[in-house]
Design a protein around this ligand. Structure first.
Ligand code: DSN
Length: 418
């Protein structure tokens, strides 16, 4: 019972050590990932994982929950203060469960939702046909305009008038521009729809004051807590008080059983970190870095969807530079050079989702390491050199060494001794 992990399970420690080295030595550009702080990680591995606590603070189905009540209440109050919302449910295990709970709370199977199609940057839970959301609900999808590659609010309004959705979802996983939440409210009001903002990608930017705020305009807001918000893996639902009971009942007992109090405690820690002044500085730097990276990539001859970025991510259209290179191949070549991105469909992509014509990249992780605009120029140049020399293994190996040297100047988790 009291043995150290290394004594009990050296095999698993060895795997974790290898991934620590991978996370240290390479440039992590997947925009939905981040390095959580030591404090966030410590509490996740704590005794708070040992308790069942179905229910909510003050009304649990198990005894012995007084400290679970305390920790969940602290998380809720901090989230309310951070985002300025009336009600928060911190129990959803992940973003998909959070969205599912909102649909479960506000809709009946067969009701219509209007949401962004996966192929234009939406999420699986925004009505994709392979997902529960596409199976149980009637889905009308919006995308981006073929010229501007931005969401055209007039087109969204026309779709809303045509399909009369009961719920409109604003939010994306691969959209590099701001959302004008006030305009979305107008569309929702015109057809009497609920407005849900899925801010999983941009929650940190919103908390940091560098993205327009959805709170005054949306009925319900869902987010994960581990992306730009830089907390533990997990999610939460924020809403106006009038929907509080429906939302809470949809999460428990509607969809989930026991909440994970260790990660709820870690969410509380992350919300405290996100309320400090340096979090605002971090988020501002995430955006400055994304703009610097985008500018240099464009200078190097790449085309970015919509011409650049307003937030933490960008989508690169490979077809304009290398007609035959798929997103999948490009991501693999970049990995050979120590640069981790993900393949991603671009709007109106002619390739399939497993192949794609684009890659998605962003700056949350390299900004957490302390990199700034000067390093973004290097990152863009490493990417360019790697893609230009993609058939030359020796050159990719050299770039990987240069990447490793750059990364060594921005260490992570130095306290870890495995
Ligand atoms: N998997 C997430 C992303 O990478 O954007 C969305 O949930």
């Amino acid at each position: 019972m009291d043995k150290l992990l290394g004594e009990v399970d050296p095999q698993i420690v060895e795997i974790a050590a290898k991934d620590l080295k991978r996370q240290q030595d390479a440039l992590m550009l997947i925009p939905s990932e981040n390095y959580a702080s030591r404090a966030v990680m410590e509490i996740q591995g704590s005794i708070l994982a040992n308790k069942y606590a179905e229910g909510y603070p003050g009304e649990r189905y198990y005894n012995g929950c007084q400290f679970m009540d305390e920790v969940e209440s602290v998380a809720i109050e901090r989230a309310k203060a951070l985002f300025g919302v009336e009600h928060v449910n911190v129990q959803p295990h992940a973003g998909s469960q959070a969205n599912m709970a909102v649909y479960h709370a506000l809709l009946e199977p067969g009701d219509t939702i209007l949401a962004m199609s996966l192929s234009h940057g939406g999420h699986l839970t925004h009505g994709d046909k392979v997902n529960f959301s596409g199976r149980y609900y009637n889905v009308a999808a919006y995308g981006v305009d073929s010229e501007t590659e931005r969401i055209d609010m007039a087109a969204v309004s026309r779709l809303a008038t045509e399909h009369r959705p009961k719920l409109i979802v604003v939010g994306a996983t691969a959209y590099p521009r701001h959302f004008d939440f006030a305009a979305w409210r107008e569309v929702a009001d015109a057809v009497g729809a609920y407005l849900l903002a899925d801010i999983a990608h941009i929650a940190g930017l919103i908390a940091g004051g560098v993205h327009p705020d959805p709170v005054p305009y949306c009925d319900v807001i869902t987010t994960t807590t581990h992306k730009t918000l830089r907390g533990p893996r997990g999610a939460m639902i924020m809403c106006k008080s009038e929907y509080a009971d429906q939302i809470d009942r949809a999460v428990f007992p509607g969809l989930q059983g026991g909440p994970f109090l260790h990660t709820i405690a870690a969410r509380a820690v992350a919300f405290k970190e996100a309320s400090q002044p340096d979090f605002k500085t971090y988020q501002a730097q995430v955006v400055k870095n994304a703009k610097a990276l985008a500018a240099r990539l464009i200078e190097n001859g790449f085309r970015l969807v919509s011409g650049g970025t307003d937030n933490h991510l960008m989508l690169m259209d490979l077809t304009s530079k290398y007609e035959k290179l798929s997103g999948r191949q490009a991501a693999d070549h970049l990995e050979d050079a120590g640069i981790i991105v993900n393949k991603n469909t671009i709007p109106f992509d002619k390739r399939k989702p497993r192949t794609t014509s684009g890659i998605r990249l962003g700056t949350p992780m390299i900004t957490t390491r302390g990199m700034k605009e000067d390093e973004m120029v290097l990152v863009a140049d490493f990417m360019t050199e790697a893609l230009e020399n993609r058939q030359k293994s020796a050159i990719k190996r050299q770039i990987r060494e240069k990447v490793k040297t750059l990364c060594s100047q921005f260490p992570i988790y130095e306290y870890l001794n495995y």
